[in-house]
Design a protein around this ligand. Structure first.
Ligand SMILES: C[S@@+](CC[C@H](N)C(=O)[O-])C[C@H]1O[C@@H](n2cnc3c(N)ncnc32)[C@H](O)[C@@H]1O
Length: 243
């Protein structure tokens, strides 16, 4: 990487991801709920309910997009939530939703990159990311910075797609490879985005492979919870407490 570039410089790949989400932002929520048949809401809710058990006061939601997870976390905990995303288009829609929900006092959305979060060490009680970690330019780099900004003993919760085994897997792959690009392409007007999104989901490490990346980023005590036949998985891990 060119060291003379300003810190805010985005690489070509990151610019591509940012531009893609800016482009699909207006139809993102609608498509999410159609393509997942509404199941995604239950997955986010489960993450938030489990997070509520540690009674966090400050939560960072990385790759917050249109703030769906930030909203659910704010509604199910007493925490102040900071959502960060590289796409201004997604954030703009998220801000309108936060205002509509009357939660502007408790949720702040800012433009920032997962690899260089603009917060001091140990600031948050917990970090969350839903369906965003596979879009990071460098997975471990993003997870490592999430580890840095949460306090020792703090929690990370990651929701990501995974591949079910057996017949469900065959059906899920068919759905993601054939149906999603078709419906997503027509409704969003950006077929390439809805080819990229399922393909990255299918290619992304899951289960123990993803747990290994969490460990590499500094987390321990990791739990893996498959959801809905394993279509998605909730990963939770802890930043080691200082001895
Ligand atoms: C599939 S959306 C998920 C949004 C939201 N978390 C949800 O559950 O609906 C992925 C988001 O990740 C964001 N993103 C991708 N790379 C990022 C990065 N390096 N740092 C922060 N956000 C990023 C994209 O702009 C996009 O809004």
């Amino acid at each position: 990487m060119n060291k003379n570039l300003p810190a805010s410089h985005h690489s070509k790949e990151k610019n591509g991801v940012k531009a893609m989400f800016d482009a699909i932002a207006p139809r993102y929520d609608l498509l999410n709920h159609i393509l997942s048949l509404g199941i995604d809401r239950g997955w986010r809710k489960l993450l938030a309910l489990r997070l509520a058990r540690i009674q966090p006061l400050k939560v960072i939601d990385v790759a917050t997009g249109t703030a769906d997870l930030a909203l659910i976390v704010a509604k199910n905990t007493n925490a102040v939530v900071t959502g960060v995303d590289i796409s201004q288009g997604m954030i703009t829609i998220g801000k309108a939703k936060v205002t509509d929900a009357g939660l502007s006092e408790r949720i702040t959305l800012i433009e920032a990159d997962s690899a260089s979060l603009p917060f001091e060490d140990n600031y948050f009680d917990a970090a969350t990311v839903a369906f965003g970690v596979r879009n990071f330019e460098n997975t471990v780099e993003g997870l490592t910075d999430m580890c840095r900004v949460i306090r020792p003993g703090g929690l990370i919760s990651v929701l990501e797609f995974s591949s079910p085994r057996g017949l469900m897997g065959v059906l899920a792959r068919f759905y993601m490879r054939r149906i999603m690009p078709l419906i997503g392409g027509i409704i969003s007007g950006h077929p390439s985005a809805y080819t990229y999104l399922p393909e990255t989901a299918l290619a992304f490490p899951e289960g123990e492979d993803f747990a290994a990346l969490l460990r590499e980023a500094g987390f321990n005590n990791i739990s893996i919870t498959p959801l809905t036949f394993g279509i998605a998985t909730l990963y939770e891990g802890h930043k080691p407490a200082v001895k």
